[in-house]
Design a protein around this ligand. Sequence first.
Ligand code: PLP
Length: 478
Amino acid sequence: MKHHLIPAASVVEVLPDAVVPDMAEMVKCKIAELEAKGSDDAFFICDVGDIIKKVTRWRELLPNVAPFYAVKCNTDETVVKTLVDLGLGFDCASKGEIAQVLKHGVSPSRIIYANPCKQKSFLKYAARHGVDLMTFDNEAELIKIKELYPRARLVLRILPTLQVQVQCELGNKFGCHPDNVLKLLSKAQELDLDVMGISFHVGSGVEEAKAFSHAVQQARDAWDLAVDLGFDMTLLDVGGGFPGQESAPVTFEEIAAVLNAALDYHFPKGCGAEIIAEPGRYFVASAFTLTCNIIAKRTVARDVAHQDTLVVGSPDCYHKQALTKNDEPSYMYYLNDGLYGSFNSLMYDHAKVEPRVLNDSPVSFTSSVWGPTCDGLDCIMQDCRLPEMEVGQWMYFLDMGAYTMCAGSTFNGMPRPDCFYVCEAELWSELSPAEVCEKKRCSQIPPHLHTAQAAGEMQGAVGPISCCYPVDEELILL
Ligand code: PLP
C-alpha cells in the first residue's frame, strides 16, 4: 500500500492565532469515533504541525546546519513525505531506508548513507543509485568501499571522547578514536579514496550540551589532520542527539547555543565547510501520541504488592493475600500495546513513559501497566499512581514518536497500531500551497476527514482542524 498526504481542503479552517489544538481533546474525539465503529484497537495520532514547527525552529536556531533526518528514528511515510516537502536531507542506514527516501523523488545528493558498517549488497545499491556520500570509521570498510564504490565521497566518523550522560550510547559501537584518525586517513590515502568530511554522533538523547562543543573541537583536529594529508575537506556532519520533547534533560535551545558557538569558533563562516546534522528524535518524538485500550484489569493487595520479594503487582500477590475491606487495593492494567510493540522504546531506547487517563478523578491508586502478550517481561510501568480505571477505558502516552513504531513487532499476533494524522490549517498550508492542495485533492473525502471535522466541532473553543491522512492509493484522484 502506497501512502500519500491528502490535504483536506474541505475541512480546513484557519485557527485563531492563540488557539492550539489540544491533544487530550483529539484523543477523546478519536476514541469516540473508533468506539462508534466498535473498534478498541490502540492507535497513534501524529500531529504533522508539530513536525513542521520543529523544522521552522531548527532553521531559526541552527540556520547554518542543514538537517538530514535520521530515517531510522521513525520510518512513517507521512513523516518522511512531510520532511521531503520541507526540503530536508536524509540520513539512511540501509538499502531499505535509501529506497524509501528515493521513492519520494528525493535527489541522491540529499542523502547521506550514515552507517559506518555497510552490507556489501547495500553498498552496491547505493552505488547504482548515486548515493555517494557515506560515513566510515574502520579499515575494512575502506577496503569494501574501494572494491564496490571507489568514487564515493567519504566522511570519517570520529568517536567523541568526552564522557557525558546519554539516553542511548553509540560510542561503544561506532567512531574512530582520535588516536587512530591519522592511521585510518593514511589508509584512505593509500587506497586513493576521496575523504571529504568529518562526522560524529555524541549519543542519542545526550543530556549535556557541552558534548557538542567538545566533539566539534575534536572534529576540527581530525579535519586539520586530513587537510595536512592533502584531502580536500568540505563537509562537517554534527550527527544527531538533539532532544525531541519538552521533558528532555537539556533543551534544543541550549544545545543550539553551544553548538553555534563551537561552530563559529572552529568552523567560522567562509572556512569552506558545509555543515549538516542527522537529527532523528528531534523531529518526531513529540509529534506522536499513542492511545491504548485497557483490555484487562486485576486487583491486588497493595501492601503485599510492595514486598521486596515479589514483583510489584504480580498476580502472586493476589493469590497470597485476599483484600480486606479496609485495604487500599492496587491495580494491574493490561493494555493492547506493550514492550513487544510500540513500547519497545523502554528497552531499546531506554525511554521513560507516563500514562495519561481521560478520567479526572482526584483519587489515585498504586498501579502497574502491562502489555498484551503472554510474557511477564511485557511490563510498561511497574509502579505508578492512577485513578481507578475499568476494562474498555483508554490510556494515552505523549512523546511516542521516536524509536517506537519503527522497531515494534507483532509478537503473539498483536497488531501494530494504526496512525491518524492531524495538522493545524495554517501549518498545513505552509507545507502545501493552496493550488497544490486543490490539484491533489481526493474527490472522495476519506471517512477519517469527517472525524476531523467532528473533532473540530467537539473541541468547541479549539475549532476545526485540517487533517491529512495516508489512504489507499485507489482513493486518490490526482
Ligand atoms: N545518525 C546516526 C548515525 C545514528 O545512529 C542515529 C541514532 O541512532 C541518529 C543519527 C539519530 O540520532 P538522534 O535520534 O539522537 O538524533
